[in-house]
Design a protein around this ligand. Structure first.
Ligand code: UD1
Ligand code: CA
Length: 426
């Protein structure tokens, strides 16, 4: 069977009133990635011909953040008159398109690709002209409710604010995820009105119009309701974040062979790689993009920020903060250190209380530390500076910027002066 063309429309123009934020909600982060990034990745998992993102509130900031996301085009909704109105704004961009449209809400970040693929397969199989992804919530407050007829067929979606008492017991909700035959959708969008509690054009009303026209409408239930959390306020954001982190840590434990002693106090963002037999101790935060090798010990209370690469057999211990730090194999920072913009060779030891002072108030600078160097407790390395191979700094040494420490030497004091040669290591 030749599959029909598919395009995705992502709704991301809303005002985010309930977030009480100056930042649009689609740019708030879940496990280190903006909410809309998650949604665009979902969209991509369907391999559509194109993704159209409807932006409005803080449109420039949203466009800028995703300008380079592949296969996307932006359209503007101004003013924001509801989800139905948002889809209408994509119509010109879709002129002449015949096929299926998947509409995703820009504030539902955790839908798994396999759920979307199953949703699409069910829809195609059903031969319906529209389908809704639904879920069952113990507490459906805030979501649109799924109304079914005596035969179990979806007939209508009723918003929380328009709910009549007879429908108050419905636990099945609209996830805000839809598939439509494009022609069937456009014909109904023209007939939407704003006669509802919020005075908006509701996309959800298209379903009722299709049913009144005796058009076949399908529904797929998403079994894991965690996937369809919609982010309307900070509570939803915290819930989605907790779910995402749980999945990320589960993947590291089950698939990568990482020990995470206390997942409840560990914060690992999306896009972190950790090698087999590494252990993460409690109260540790590891940011997106960090790569950690095998058999490492991380934490407790480590803060490992972006750009950090840790080789095999390393230790990043208690109260160590790193940013853009490269640890060569076997290097250790056991306790209380700040390591920013620094490249360390193999088997480097960073003593307790040491600081790489990478920022001069205006710019960040790089530091290099050679293989087997031993940085004594309380050392300050003022960047840019190099510490040679097998060099050593005494306790409380301050190495000024540009005063590179030669290989195989010991320096001490403030400012650092050479004390003696060290025996060369083979
Ligand atoms: C919507 C659904 C509701 C569903 C819920 C799932 C409608 C009318 N209601 O409600 O049935 O249970 O999602 O999470 O569709 N947006 C625009 N332009 C607008 C308004 C909204 O682009 O004018 C975007 C928002 O940025 C957001 C999405 O559409 O990403 C959903 O809008 P939101 O206001 O959050 O709708 P809900 O009240 O959550
Ligand atoms: Ca929402």
């Amino acid at each position: 069977m030749v599959s029909r063309p598919l395009k995705v429309v992502v709704l991301a123009a809303g005002k985010s009133t309930r977030m009480k934020s100056d930042t649009p909600k689609v740019l708030h982060k879940v496990a280190g990635a903006p909410v809309l990034k998650w949604v665009l990745e979902q969209a991509r998992s369907l391999q559509p011909a194109e993704i159209i993102v409807v932006v409005g509130h803080e449109a420039d900031a949203v466009r800028k953040a995703f300008a380079s996301f592949p296969g996307t085009r932006f359209v503007t909704q101004e003013p924001q008159l509801g989800t139905g109105h948002a889809v209408m704004q994509a119509r010109a961009a879709l002129a002449g398109f015949e096929g299926d449209l998947c509409v995703l809400c820009g504030d539902v970040p955790l839908l798994k690709p396999e759920t979307l693929v199953r949703f699409l397969a069910d829809y195609r199989h059903s031969k319906a002209v529209a389908s809704v992804l639904t879920a069952r919530f113990p507490d459906p407050t805030g979501y649109g409710r799924i109304v079914r007829d005596a035969q179990g067929r979806l007939t209508q979606i009723v918003e929380q604010k328009d709910l009549v008492p007879e429908l108050a017991d419905i636990r099945e909700v609209n996830t805000g995820t839809y598939l439509f035959d494009a022609a069937a959708l456009w014909a109904r969008l023209d007939r939407l009105t704003t006669k509802n509690a919020q005075g908006e054009y509701y996309l959800t009303d298209v379903i009722q119009l299709l049913c009144l026209d005796k058009q076949p409408v399908a529904a797929t239930v998403c079994e894991d309701r965690q996937e369809v959390i919609g982010i309307n306020n900070r509570r939803d954001l915290a819930m989605a974040d907790a779910v995402a982190r749980g999945w990320i840590m589960l993947d590291l434990m089950l698939n990568a062979g990482v020990t995470i002693l206390d997942p409840a106090s560990t914060y690992i963002e999306v896009g972190v790689r950790i090698g087999r037999d590494s252990t993460v101790y409690p109260c540790t935060a590891i940011h997106s993009g960090v790569v950690i090798g095998r058999r490492c010990e991380i934490g407790p209370f480590a803060h490992i920020r972006g750009g950090t690469k840790v080789g095999d057999n390393c230790k990043v211990g208690a109260f160590v903060e790193t940013k853009n730090a490269v640890f060569g194999e076997g290097s250790k920072a056991g306790h209380l250190a700040y390591l920013g913009d620094v490249t360390m060779g193999k088997d480097v030891n960073i003593g307790a209380g040491s600081i790489v002072a990478n920022y001069d108030g205006q710019k960040k600078h790089q530091t290099e530390i050679g293989d087997e160097a031993f940085i004594g407790c309380g050392t300050v390395l003022v960047a840019p500076v190099k510490v040679g191979r097998n060099a050593q700094t005494g306790a409380n040494t301050v190495v000024p910027r540009g005063k590179d420490v030669p290989d195989d030497t010991i320096v001490v004091g403030i400012p650092a002066r050479e004390l003696k040669k060290k025996p060369k290591k083979q």
